[in-house]
Design a protein around this ligand. Structure first.
Ligand SMILES: Nc1ncnc2c1ncn2[C@@H]1O[C@H](COP(=O)(O)OP(=O)(O)OP(=O)(O)O)[C@@H](O)[C@H]1O
Length: 418
């Protein structure tokens, strides 16, 4: 459920699988229910055809050292499904195997499989907590719920008062970790958006509709441009100075750039801002690269180093600083009010959009010896995807249009590679 690299699902002969003995040993498990959550559509049991020989699918190197883990959670049958005489197709066989009810020769292995009696708290502790604590230590993390409509994604990610989901549990955990880490100071910011019919809307700001997605280099702001100017002046000064060294042993350009450099430090100190200090470090670094006679090459490399990398980001999204779990949860609740939800044949409250709740975590050491220590910056993305729907479902009008956008985006997600 956390991401950096995707583990390749692998099909194995039963003799190679560590789960070989499972199918026959516990096929009578009473926890036979619908398949709910998977982040990897490639290995979805629902897409498999019946095979004559036993086939096992598993994720290589099953351990939390993996950058991507896939967890499956089954939900219990709803009273309506029981009334309608729905039948169970897949069930959890042990802690890692999903078994086909009608054809015991088909089974899949995942990092972890949870039966229908498992609580969300337990799912969180086993499958999500390590991603949250990693994010608090500076490692980016993503947890998302993927599955067909009505399989229990929103129940797992958001939950309710009685059974809080992974998002509220993660928020509370983040603040607990802050309390247990007195030697660091933290700043937490949250944003919350939805993708509805391929349009990005800010759930924390009703005016933030149809936002644009941007890449890196657009992120340089005006302050950065001013700083870039200073850097450029110094680089040109040094490069030109190097060129003139042969005819002018005095090195007047060197003196000139040193003067500018001193003036810049004065400006930084006067402003007193941490941002200025960071910029100064960069300028100082580039300055010395220039002094090391890298000539004009340093200009290009200097500019490249200077670029502020924000990755992919949503332009104009509102970010709120949060000071307590209650504050963060109230923002989520307010955002939920704006999310697109609708009734379908399968789910009275079906999510019609994908939502991304992002916790941005900045932390730095505090105390006397902390001056000059690096600031950790990481993001935790908690995502509740809309559910895939069969094109044969009897949906019409708006619901049908939404369904086609949902399916299209989920198919695209399946093609994403790191
Ligand atoms: N583990 C569970 N235990 C009990 N009830 C559950 C569980 N998981 C889901 N449900 C119930 O099943 C119904 C459908 O769940 P949910 O709305 O979370 O599905 P979903 O996958 O988010 O659907 P959609 O993709 O249509 O939004 C809800 O009534 C929910 O309360």
């Amino acid at each position: 459920m956390s991401s950096k690299h995707r583990s390749k699902p692998k099909r194995l002969d039963s003799s190679n699988s560590k789960a070989v003995n499972s199918p026959s040993s516990s096929t009578t498990s009473s926890s036979k229910q619908f398949l709910e959550t998977s982040i990897d559509g490639l290995s979805s049991p629902a897409s498999s055809s019946v095979r004559s020989k036993p086939q096992y699918f598993y994720t290589e190197n099953l351990s939390y050292k993996e950058n991507v883990t896939v967890t499956v959670r089954f939900r219990p049958l709803s009273p309506r499904e029981i009334r309608q005489g729905e039948e169970i197709a897949w069930y959890a066989d042990g802690e890692t195997i999903v078994q086909n009810e009608h054809n015991p020769s088909i089974a899949y292995a995942y990092d972890r499989v949870f039966g229908p009696t498992t609580t969300t708290r337990h799912v969180y502790d086993v499958a999500a907590q390590h991603v949250v604590s990693g994010a608090m230590e500076g490692i980016n993390g993503t947890i998302f719920a993927y599955g067909v409509t009505s399989s229990g994604k929103t129940h797992t990610m958001h939950g309710d008062q009685r059974s809080p989901g992974i998002i509220p549990l993660a928020v509370k955990d983040a603040f607990s970790i802050i309390q247990e880490t007195p030697n660091r100071e933290f700043l937490l910011r949250v944003s919350y958006l939805e993708i509805y019919n391929e349009v990005v809307n800010d759930l924390l700001n009703p005016a933030g509709q149809n936002l644009r997605i941007r890449e890196d280099s657009q992120a340089i702001d005006s302050t950065s441009m001013i700083n870039a100017f200073w850097m450029l002046v110094m680089l040109v000064g040094n490069c030109t100075d190097n060129a003139l060294q042969g005819v002018n042993s005095i090195g007047w350009f060197d003196r000139w750039t040193r003067l500018l450099h001193d003036a810049f430090i004065c400006l930084c100190l006067k402003g007193g801002g941490g941002g200025a200090a960071v910029v100064w470090v960069w300028v100082w670094l580039i300055y010395w690269i220039a002094l090391l006679n890298l000539d004009f090459k340093c200009l290009a490399s200097g500019l490249r180093i200077f670029t502020v990398f924000k990755g992919t980001f949503v332009e104009g999204i509102k970010e709120e600083v949060v000071l307590s779990p209650a504050h963060a949860l109230s923002l989520i609740a307010a955002g939920e009010e704006h999310r697109h939800v609708g009734s379908t044949n399968f789910n009275l409250l079906s999510s019609r959009s994908h939502t991304i709740f992002t916790l941005t975590i900045e932390s730095s050491p505090c105390g006397e010896n902390s001056a000059g220590e690096a600031v950790n910056l990481s993001q935790l993305h908690l995502i509740d995807l809309a559910g895939s729907e069969s094109s044969k479902a009897e949906t019409v009008g708006v619901r049908r249009k939404e369904g086609s956008y949902i399916n299209k985006s989920l198919l695209t997600l399946g093609t994403v590679r790191p």
